[in-house]
Write a protein that binds this ligand. Structure first.
Ligand code: SF4
Ligand code: SF4
Length: 55
């Protein structure tokens, strides 16, 4: 089960550089996670200021 980024994302970009498999990218209005690549590490959730990445 991959993490997903909800609509609370403020597009700060902090999570993108933290992902060990580089599966986070800038999407339309929020950042998005490639579910096929996500390894469920939780690093993105750890750095997000608004708790947008959800398991
Ligand atoms: Fe990347 Fe880990 Fe977040 Fe998945 S849970 S998107 S692997 S930082
Ligand atoms: Fe969006 Fe949180 Fe990632 Fe910032 S750290 S781009 S608010 S999901």
């Amino acid at each position: 089960m991959a993490y997903t980024i909800n609509d609370d994302c403020i597009m700060c970009g902090a999570c993108e550089g933290e992902c060990p498999v580089s599966c986070i990218s800038e999407g339309d209005g929020k950042y998005v996670i490639d579910a096929d690549a996500c390894i469920d590490c939780g690093s993105c959730a750890g750095v997000c200021p608004v708790d947008a990445p959800q398991a």
